[in-house]
Design a protein around this ligand. Sequence first.
Ligand SMILES: *[C@@H]1O[C@H](CO)[C@@H](O)[C@H](O)[C@H]1NC(C)=O
Ligand SMILES: *[C@@H]1O[C@H](CO)[C@@H](O)[C@H](O)[C@H]1NC(C)=O
Ligand SMILES: *[C@@H]1O[C@H](CO)[C@@H](O)[C@H](O)[C@H]1NC(C)=O
Ligand SMILES: *[C@@H]1O[C@H](CO)[C@@H](O)[C@H](O)[C@H]1NC(C)=O
Ligand SMILES: *[C@@H]1O[C@H](CO)[C@@H](O)[C@H](O)[C@H]1NC(C)=O
Ligand SMILES: CC(=O)N[C@H]1CO[C@H](CO)[C@@H](O)[C@@H]1O
Ligand SMILES: [Ca+2]
Ligand SMILES: [Ca+2]
Length: 599
Amino acid sequence: MAVIRAIYLFVLTQILVKGLRWNEWWKGTIVYQIYPRSFMDSDGDGVGDLAGITSRLEYFNDIGVSTIWLNPVYKSPMADFGYDVADFKDIDPIFGTMADFDELISKAHRLGLKLVMDFVPNHTSDQHPWFVESKKNKDSTNRYRDYYVWVDPKKNCSDPPEKCIPNNWVGLLGGTVWEWVPERQQFYLHQFLKKQPDLNHRDPAVQLQMIDALQFWLEKGIDGIRVDSIRFIYENVDLDDEPINPDYTPIPGERPQYNSLIHNKTADLPEVQELLYVWRRLSDEYSREHNYRLMVTEAYVTHKTLLSYYGTPERPEADFPFNFGFIDLNKENLSGIKIHQLVNDWMKDLSPDEWPNWVIGNHDNSRIADRIGVKYARALNVLNLLLPGTPTTYYGEEIAMEDIWVSYNDTQDPFAINNPEHWEEYTRDPERSPLQWDRSSHAGFSKTTGKAWLPVNQNYLLGINVADQKADNTSALALYKKLAALRKDEPAFHTNHLKYVVVTEKIFSFLRMPDDQDTKPDSFLVIINAGTSESTHDYTAALKKLELKAEGDAGVIEVSSNMDRNGKSQGLSKISLAAGEALIIKTSVYGFSSAVSNT
Ligand SMILES: *[C@@H]1O[C@H](CO)[C@@H](O)[C@H](O)[C@H]1NC(C)=O
Ligand SMILES: *[C@@H]1O[C@H](CO)[C@@H](O)[C@H](O)[C@H]1NC(C)=O
Ligand SMILES: *[C@@H]1O[C@H](CO)[C@@H](O)[C@H](O)[C@H]1NC(C)=O
Ligand SMILES: *[C@@H]1O[C@H](CO)[C@@H](O)[C@H](O)[C@H]1NC(C)=O
Ligand SMILES: *[C@@H]1O[C@H](CO)[C@@H](O)[C@H](O)[C@H]1NC(C)=O
Ligand SMILES: CC(=O)N[C@H]1CO[C@H](CO)[C@@H](O)[C@@H]1O
Ligand SMILES: [Ca+2]
Ligand SMILES: [Ca+2]
């Protein structure tokens, strides 16, 4: 039986990637981000774990997701919930064992799912044996001596050495990046928490350790890596001060904040491109027929720097760098024009071999439903899944989950606890609450009779949970499934072709078309009303301007975001959408000439 099922799923996977080459499965997929602490708790300790994820894998087949990406599950003292790695080749007991991991990956593959792991090369935990050894002394016999960024106290300084801070560099969480270690009579650098010392990638031994760690997981059969915080990997060796940001007003008496400086000595150094290229080549060595390994990078940077992470055809780097254009979209700036700007800013500079991608939320930012309002959350899933490129769904977005509120006293996130005066700005607890599975206690996330690591949002009792939404064919989840199926089944969504149609303060609309234009194929007009009231336009006139051919003036509403107009025929010359509504209309518009247009 298991064998038959495996073959069946293999066939499904093949259909999914129809039109894509074997090494392009990641173009046809949806990447689903799992924050492991919050997805599913199998043993009732109130924290999500690997066995919990394994127990829920069928969910992904059900909703049409074929790639899961796990935030770090490596051994860690959890000073930054796993982003402080103490062993790159082991699983933290809070998440389970290596056997649990092996079980997860084998079941995932059996179900036709791809598994992508987070990779955190910028820093380790201060509990990592490398750091424990490195901090002991700076003797030439210390094998780990140069594994971290160690520097002497500032020269010509009359204060005690520990007060002679090397330069003005400020970390992401405010305050100096330098931390004094009496044993070595030196400072080490940390761009994040003190408990996250930065690795020194200029030491070839560190580069080899990273390769060793990557090989370990690639050999276990993971389908890709997501590389964390790449813009911070290298710092300038000359240790010059960074320029003061003229646009920043310091608050008297407060320790320096990250934005007070222009970070051109501690971020986006060109050396990182070489490192990405090395990791790309390593990853490619493990790519086999029907087993391509994906590489994605994470950095909040300018558009130009971001695009550089694709590398070039001769020196490829990331398959795609995460596109965070939508990550700070909020109620104040949500509009048709804004969405057009965000989409076009990304699309206009891509070369034909650079594949787009979209991210609307993650574990570091308030959930999309909170930022722009629940009313618009469904429309953002429509955008995310139907624009050209690979969408990333942050767990819970498929059921329109919202943030929770956590008091300072109950706060878990060390970024906030370490910044009491700015904790609300730094805390990431609100977007990390457990996935809401059903109406049972802790929303089905955990069997614990005590507290879970974070509380669930009480709206799980009001229909914001997987079980209720599965049973309701008008739910956000029902919409999500429908969109995922469209992406999979319709050739129009397997290409890069995009034409903007009507763009106004309220409306963003676009046309998706398949490659084959000779057979008058189906194309899809996607319309989103991001405004606060109804909007009606003549789309026939707008389509005419694009100089496309059309068979008649009517289409069929394939999906409406509220799931109440599906299957209705719809004239194109007058289409009305309620505030927050999205429509996907099947039309027979065809005959495009260029792949991407800026109209
Ligand atoms: C240290 O200070 C002395 C006396 O002020 C000066 O001559 C010397 O150039 C300084 N050295 C450095 C490295 O700045
Ligand atoms: C850093 O920025 C300052 C101010 O914008 C500029 O003068 C300097 O040349 C920059 N340095 C580097 C290394 O880019
Ligand atoms: C939206 O406005 C906020 C300020 O309210 C700003 O921080 C953010 O960058 C803006 N987002 C976009 C996508 O323009
Ligand atoms: C938070 O904790 C402090 C110290 O334990 C206590 O004094 C304070 O009353 C608590 N605040 C709230 C809102 O619970
Ligand atoms: C949902 O189910 C009801 C009852 O079976 C049916 O009338 C309706 O058309 C369905 N709606 C959708 C969007 O499938
Ligand atoms: C989006 C993302 O991955 N953010 C992570 C970046 O790296 C820091 C430090 O490792 C983490 O705290 C963030 O969660
Ligand atoms: Ca657990
Ligand atoms: Ca670094």
